[in-house]
Design a protein around this ligand. Structure first.
Ligand code: HEM
Length: 485
């Protein structure tokens, strides 16, 4: 009882402090709105919600249940149109939809807008990663990534990826009759980006450390013991320690000119930049973390959704299997697949694109206006955030007739520019697009030529935390196939 009495004054003081803060925030936000009115700037329509917090809770709730389009975007678009304002995570934000808007905002990166991720993501991925870079620094890092994914780079990657998949299936699938597809493919995609692209050996516990970082990427940036963000920062520090060791060892090796055959791997390219003084050690480490973060959750979700759609559409599955049986049949026993073979996987890529249209692994991303922007008769004030989303066009019947219908053949026809944007667009178009494509095509090749499989739960829900994933890990029943030849 005494304790309760003691806590009364502090409770009253806390409530008073919250009230004063709310009144202050409301009056400043009103002032800002009236400034915009008095300077004749017409803001987009929409509700700003509560002070600071805005509509963040509604947004997160919809995102977590993978119903961002149905529960957040569509109701507001019906009320306000293709462009509306809201407030998310403390920032006034304008959400834009449609191919024209995608083109306008994505292609005007660095001129009108810059990439703008939440503070927690920036701290966890690293302030020197590509997402945070602009102009010359951005071009330099993209150049290093692009050189590993050039035509020669991709040709060299194919046998490495095939060998990773083969090893993975022998270790994790062989002799089993059920597999949790999503975690299995995640482990595989993780080792493909680290070992095949970067040239870094996967050590036990590494995947879990990266997972720990991802979990805090959209958490409130509260660095207090026990909080999500605090746990994620701890995981980030562990990874950083490991990667600094890896980078220094690689530098020593390269200075002594050993393991020269490895020099086409991306880590060698980044370390070469470090040796030439074009990059700092922190830039190398932050970009390795970012690449792993960008690569493995996205690719594994894409593969899981492709498999789900194939299981639900047996005709598409049969056509896809035929394509792979023909390719496998054209090889001698033990002969490796080549980049040319992946180019023959045309129908498979249509299936993959149609699945990513319906289930984009990244719903969109944030930009920040660096000048006042005039768009569609509205002003987006400098400093406001802009959120472009893939859903805005992926489910638009003008761009994709009967958008709820799974129809891979729609990708036989050209798609209007900036209507299909699972990989973004403009100067920040996904830098790992080609690796993601190889990973998806080659995994499906091995899966459908080596196994008969079926989903255990046809209506498994998709959740997001922060990226989407099948809530039960997508268990599948598998049985080895007789060799194709
Ligand atoms: C299906 C798989 C993938 C999807 C759907 C995807 C999607 C995206 C999207 C939408 C963006 C643009 C974000 C923005 O506009 O702010 C992006 C950027 C990026 N992605 Fe991917 N990604 C995938 C796989 C990968 C892989 C495998 C890698 C690396 C090897 C990768 C590396 C990157 C990088 C480095 C960027 C930043 C580019 C920049 O800022 O210039 N991604 N990705």
């Amino acid at each position: 009882m005494a304790l309760e009495m003691d806590s009364v004054p502090s409770l009253v003081l806390s409530v008073l402090a919250i009230l004063v803060t709310l009144i202050f925030l409301m009056s400043t936000s009103k002032k800002k709105n009236s400034i915009n009115r008095s300077s004749n700037k017409k803001l987009p329509p929409g509700e700003m919600g509560l002070p600071w917090i805005g509509e963040t809770l509604e947004f997160h709730k919809a995102q977590r249940s993978n119903r961002l389009l149905e529960d957040f975007i569509q109701p507001r678009m019906t009320k306000h149109g293709n462009i509306f304002k809201t407030r998310l995570m403390g920032s006034p934000t304008v959400l834009v939809s449609g191919a024209e808007a995608n083109k306008f905002f994505l292609s005007n990166e660095f001129k009108l807008v810059v990439s703008s991720w939440p503070s927690s993501s920036v701290q966890l991925m690293g302030t020197d990663c590509i997402m945070q870079k602009q102009g010359e620094r951005h071009r330099c890092i993209r150049g290093a990534i692009a050189s590993s994914l050039s035509c020669t780079g991709l040709e060299a990657l194919v046998p490495k990826i095939c060998s990773s998949i083969d090893k993975h299936l022998s270790k994790d699938w062989h002799g089993r009759d059920t597999v949790s597809l999503y975690p299995s493919v995640k482990k595989l995609s993780f080792s493909i980006v680290l070992e095949c692209l970067l040239g870094i050996d996967v050590e036990p516990g590494m995947l879990e450390m990266f997972e720990g970082v991802v979990e805090g990427a959209f958490a409130a940036p509260v660095n207090l013991p026990g909080c999500r963000f605090w746990r994620a920062k701890k995981a980030r520090l562990e990874i950083e320690k490991k990667l600094v060791g890896v980078v220094r060892r690689k530098r020593e090796e390269m200075e002594q000119k050993v393991r020269r055959e490895e020099e086409r791997r991306l880590l060698s390219g980044l370390v070469l930049g470090l040796m030439k003084g074009e990059m700092s050690e922190k830039e190398v480490v932050d970009n390795v973390v970012l690449l792993v973060f960008a690569a493995h959750d996205t690719t594994s979700f894409a593969i899981a959704m492709i498999c789900r759609m194939l299981a639900l559409h047996p005709n598409c599955h049969s056509r896809l299997v035929e394509e792979h049986v023909e390719i496998a049949g054209s090889k001698r026993p033990g002969e490796n697949l080549t980049l040319e073979d992946t180019k023959k996987m045309k129908y498979t890529w249509q299936v993959a694109r149609e699945s990513m249209r319906m289930f984009p692994p990244i719903f969109g991303s944030f930009r920040k206006a660096i000048v006042d922007i005039e768009y569609e008769g509205f002003t987006i004030p400098k400093g406001w955030k802009v959120l472009w989303t893939a859903y805005g066009t992926h489910y638009d019947s003008q761009c994709f007739p009967e958008p709820l219908h799974f129809n891979p053949s729609r990708f036989e026809e050209p798609i209007p520019p900036y209507a299909f944007v699972p990989f973004g667009g403009g100067p920040r178009l996904c830098a790992g697009y080609q690796l993601a494509k190889l990973n998806i095509l080659l995994f499906l090749h091995f899966m459908v030529t080596h196994y008969d499989w079926s989903l255990l739960h046809k209506d498994e829900t998709i959740t997001a935390d922060p990226l989407p994933f099948p809530s039960q890990g997508m268990p599948i029943k598998i049985a080895p196939k007789q060799p194709c030849k």
